[in-house]
Design a protein around this ligand. Sequence first.
Ligand SMILES: [Zn+2]
Length: 219
Amino acid sequence: MTMLADDATAAAVLDSMPCYPVPPFGRSPVIEALRSSRVGHGLAIGKDGVMLILRRPWLALDVPIASPVAGYLPYGSIGAARAELRCGLVPHAFHDAILGHLLGKIPDEAAAFIRWNEATREFAVAYPDIDEATPTRLVYRMPRLPPDWHMVCDIHSHARGRAFFSATDDADDAHATKISIVFGRLDHPDGPTMAARLCAGGMFLSLPRGPFAGAPDAD
Ligand SMILES: [Zn+2]
């Protein structure tokens, strides 16, 4: 068989992000295996674009990462985009408990993490060890994840400031696969505001809805 690369390291890199053409009819067992994998990622190339397929125990993400292919390809379609929480929505009680914690720390910023256990399918909240907290800056140590636990939501507050993703937040989130959430205006009379995004594949993706179950008008 002719190899994709003649260098062993380059071949390993290509192997870690495989690339599969979508057949024009019938099914692709290799793409279906990737889609149903516990952990994995790869690309499906279709006549209508390039789809990143990314799987984590808690996440199933299919997202187009290139504009439609201009040239003719004798392939099938990459299909519809999808971003699904395999772990399900986070119970709303976590939203309220974390907001209470963040509110208790103002005027300083604070953080919280929502974890999910893939063996028991339960959620839990963890709080970091804080090295330095001010109204505009937060330095902390990420608590270690025990076996079977995955970090689903990485949450921090901007205390009384607006909820938005700063340049520091962008740098922190660049290489992660997680939902990143900022709460702001915590003690504002109109209530706190939330910004959320899915970090995956080196991209920041908007979420069709917040990760919390029954969240009334989360925005
Ligand atoms: Zn921030």
